[in-house]
Each structure stands twice: as structure tokens, then as C-alpha cells.
Design a protein. Structure first.
Length: 474
């Protein structure tokens, strides 16, 4: 066999192997296509086709371990203590075990799980209440709920960090979901307190009002702060319009209102004291920003002289009569030092119009500092009588610092992006902050122990906190 024949034999052998390989691949592709294709329906036209056993049983999926509530019996086995509760004025021999409840309590600064056994006569319709526990379904004492609310809202730490603080100091394990639920329960319980405080605010003789920016989700809204000598009320996550005051007062407030120069307050009060801190700050800022301007310096000095004289007259107890005359004299003095009131503030449009009418016009745009100075004079002259209400009534304060101090925590929370995510969260914040701030106003020793005692008494007696005879400031 020559070389040519050998070559032909080799090619035939390679061709045969290639054909066998192609056949194997075609068979593999066919099997793969059959596995991917939709299966033909199994038709069953028999009379037993609707019976359960006629069809193939489905495989049961393995159920995941339950994450539901742990049975009470297992919880009670791990209880740190057992406490028996009996109704007052009833012989213990006449009582039988009617109910059991496990509650986490703070005892000597540590979290303890207490197994309460509640006894009462067999025919008793009402069972005795556990002191410091909201109701028969609560698993946490009121001291835990109030301490959590204090950390989240009054101190201003996040809910996650509040749970970590609880675990670090007390050993109590709280999830974020549990903490959120407890705060929701507290807000529901204190909603009636919020309404009572609102009633007291509306009936007050002197009211201090302020507002600060707030966010609910991505919406830019406001928080309103209404303060008296013994109450503070927060309306969180609402608009800034006059309708908030109308909703709050139902009309015009009968007492004296103290606020800044925001126009919504102009007709909201029967007597309106404007805050002195705002014009004093504006005048001082103009003087500091323009140190070479002697006119600004003289005005600041004269304005402070008028203010100090009005404060002195307000505190003068010898003025039993004649306060109105003194206030009128101070109004005239204030108007005299505002010499730039009524001047025209020249804008760029006015200059452009003047140049168009007369190309040789020398009219110039009023500088920002001069414009602010003229506006300040206009405001002081237009509302001069509103700056001396406190001279006629010494109980009224000359500034709105009372509400501004109450608004400071809200402003700090906003700057730290700890605002509300929902309207529900904003309402909850307003309720809890209102109760805390009002209790702090009324009590010298504002503490967790004192709040818990007061709330326990209200729960036990079924009454509201702000309808009781609790302490008021002198």
C-alpha cells in the first residue's frame, strides 16, 4: 500500500469517529430539549378522576421552626420571682387563682421577670390590677416603657441605641420592633393627657408660641410649641399656616399671646406681646456687620435703653396705676428713635425704570444693610404698641424665650436628621414630648421614679394624669 492509500484510510477512520461523535451530541441535545419542553397533560377520563387518591400526592414541605410566642408555662419556669396579687378589702381565704401574668420589671436597676399570680373570689367580675402594668396583656412594666420613651424622645438617641442602652445597663433584651410597639402603646395611653393639656393651654391667661422646621418623610413641615408657666404642647409635623392657630384656639385666644413677628399671629390674640429678642438681635447684627457705621451703633444703644427702661417699669411694684400711660410714653420714645421709618427701599427694578425714563437719573439701589435697617424701623413703628404689653401686665414676659427653649430640642433633632418618618410617628412624638415637657414644668425633681409613681396611681384609680392635683410651680 502506497502513501496515498494510507492517507485515505486514515481520513476514513477520522470521518467515522467524527460521525459517531455527532450522533452522540445530537442524542444529548434531544434529551436536553425533552427535559425543557412542557409535559403533556395526563388525561384521566375515568369515573374516579375527582377522588383525592386518583392524583399524585404532593410532597409536603418541611415547616420552619415556629417563631411565635413562647408558652406562658415555659416563661414562668424562668421567672426571677413569684408575686401574688389579691384584691383589697377581701379575705385571702375566699380567693382562688384566677389568672397568671409574666411581666418584665426594673428592680434595683436590673431587668427581672416576675410571675404574677392573680387571686380573686370565684364570682368576681373584675380582677385586681398589677401595680405599674398597663393591662392584663402587658409584658413590660410602665417604668420600662417610660424610660424607653425618655431615651428616644427626651434625650434624642435612636431606637436601636436605646435598646442597646437598656441591655447594657439592665440586661433586658429589646428588639427595635418591640420598642416601637411599646412607644405606640404609651402614645395611645397618653393621648387623653395630650387633650387635657391642650384644654389647659387654651384656657391660659398668658401663652408663649413659637414654631420650628420639621420633616415627615421628605415633606418639609413645622413643629408648633405652645407654652405656659406649667404646660407645654407640641404639634409635630404640621403646616405653618394660620389654620393651625384657628384649629388650636377655635377662634381668637382670650388671653395674652407672646410670639415673634410672624404675620400669622397678628390677629390670633386679644392682646399680643411681640418678642423683644428679635429686634434687638437684628439691630445688634447690623451694628456688628457694619462696625464703621455710627448710625447703627447709636440706634442699638438707644433701642437697648428703651428696652431696659420698659423692663424696669414692668418690675416696678410701686406702679399700681398709670402703667398704660408709661407704656404710651415708651411707644412714643420708640417711634422717635426710628428715624428711618417710612423711607423708600430702592430696588433694581425701580432703578431700571428710572434709567428708562431718564438716562441721567442718579437713583441707586439700597444696600442690603440699609434695607434691613429701614425694615426694622418700619416694624418697630407699625407695631410699637405690641412691644409694651408686658409693661401694663407684669406677669407677661418681654421675650418669647420660654417657647424658644422648648423648641431647641426639636431644632437639634432636625439638624441631626432625627425627624419623623410618618405622620403617625410625628403624632406619637408630639404626645410623648408634650407630657414629658409639661411634667418637667410642674415638678422640681423631674425623674423616672416620680413619673412612674404618678402614672401608677392614675392607672390604679382609672383617672387621667393632668386632671389630678399634681404639683404646680409657684
Amino acid at each position: 500500500m502506497d502513501a496515498k492509500d494510507k492517507r485515505i484510510a486514515e481520513l476514513e477512520t477520522q470521518l467515522k469517529c467524527a460521525l459517531e461523535k455527532i450522533a452522540e451530541l445530537e442524542e444529548a441535545l434531544k434529551k436536553k430539549a425533552d427535559s425543557k419542553a412542557s409535559k403533556k397533560p395526563k388525561l384521566n377520563y375515568g369515573i374516579d378522576r375527582n377522588k383525592p387518591n386518583a392524583q399524585k400526592k404532593k410532597k409536603k414541605r418541611k415547616r420552619k421552626p415556629s417563631t411565635g410566642r413562647v408558652p406562658d408555662a415555659q416563661k414562668f419556669e424562668k421567672a426571677n420571682d413569684i408575686v401574688d396579687i389579691y384584691p383589697a378589702n377581701t379575705k385571702r381565704a375566699d380567693c382562688v387563682l384566677r389568672d397568671e401574668q409574666g411581666v418584665w420589671r426594673l428592680i434595683n436597676g436590673k431587668a427581672q421577670y416576675i410571675h404574677y399570680r392573680i387571686y380573686a373570689p370565684e364570682n368576681a367580675k373584675n380582677l385586681p390590677k398589677i401595680p405599674g402594668v398597663r393591662n392584663s396583656r402587658s409584658e413590660y412594666g410602665i417604668e420600662i416603657i417610660i424610660a424607653l420613651a425618655f431615651l428616644v424622645y427626651w434625650i434624642g438617641i435612636s431606637m436601636d441605641n436605646a435598646c442597646k442602652v437598656f441591655y447594657f445597663f439592665t440586661g433586658l433584651v429589646l428588639s427595635k420592633g418591640q420598642a416601637d410597639s411599646l412607644l405606640h402603646q404609651l402614645a395611645n395611653d397618653w393621648e387623653i393627657e395630650y387633650e387635657h393639656i391642650a384644654d389647659l393651654i387654651v384656657k391660659a391667661a398668658i401663652l408663649y408660641v413659637d414654631e420650628t422646621g420639621w420633616k415627615v418623610g421628605k415633606k418639609s413641615l413645622y413643629t408648633w410649641i405652645f407654652s405656659t408657666t406649667s404646660e407645654v404642647l407640641y404639634k409635630v409635623g404640621v403646616g405653618r399656616g394660620k389654620d393651625i392657630l384657628t384649629e388650636m384656639f377655635g377662634g381668637q385666644f382670650a388671653g395674652t399671646g407672646v410670639s415673634d413677628d410672624y404675620p400669622a399671629y397678628d390677629s390670633a390674640f386679644s392682646k399680643h406681646q411681640l418678642c423683644w429678642a428679635h429686634p434687638l438681635r437684628k439691630a445688634l447684627e447690623l451694628s456688628l456687620r457694619n462696625p464703621k457705621n455710627k448710625e447703627y451703633k447709636r440706634f442699638v444703644r438707644k433701642l437697648f435703653d428703651v428696652f431696659h427702661e420698659s423692663v424696669r417699669l414692668s418690675k416696678d411694684k410701686r406702679l399700681s396705676v398709670g402703667r398704660e400711660d408709661k407704656a404710651k410714653a415708651l411707644e412714643k420714645k420708640l417711634c422717635r428713635i426710628c428715624r428711618r421709618a417710612g423711607e423708600t427701599i430702592v430696588t433694581e427694578k425701580m432703578v431700571a425704570a428710572a434709567k428708562k425714563a431718564d438716562p441721567q437719573s442718579s437713583l441707586c439701589v439700597t444696600s442690603d444693610s440699609e434695607a434691613k435697617f429701614i425694615r426694622l424701623h418700619n416694624q418697630l413703628v407699625e407695631k410699637a404698641s405690641n412691644f409694651f404689653v408686658f409693661v401694663c401686665d407684669p406677669e407677661v414676659e418681654p421675650t418669647n424665650n420660654r417657647s424658644e427653649r422648648a423648641a431647641r430640642p426639636e431644632a437639634m433633632a432636625r439638624k441631626a436628621a432625627r425627624t419623623s418618618k410618618t405622620d403617625k410617628g410625628a403624632k406619637r412624638r408630639g404626645i410623648i414630648m408634650t407630657v414629658f415637657a409639661s411634667l418637667q414644668k410642674r415638678w422640681k425633681d423631674f425623674s423616672l421614679a416620680k413619673i412612674v409613681v404618678a402614672v401608677q396611681e392614675c392607672i390604679q384609680n382609672g383617672i387621667a394624669l393632668f386632671t389630678t392635683e399634681i404639683e404646680k410651680p409657684p
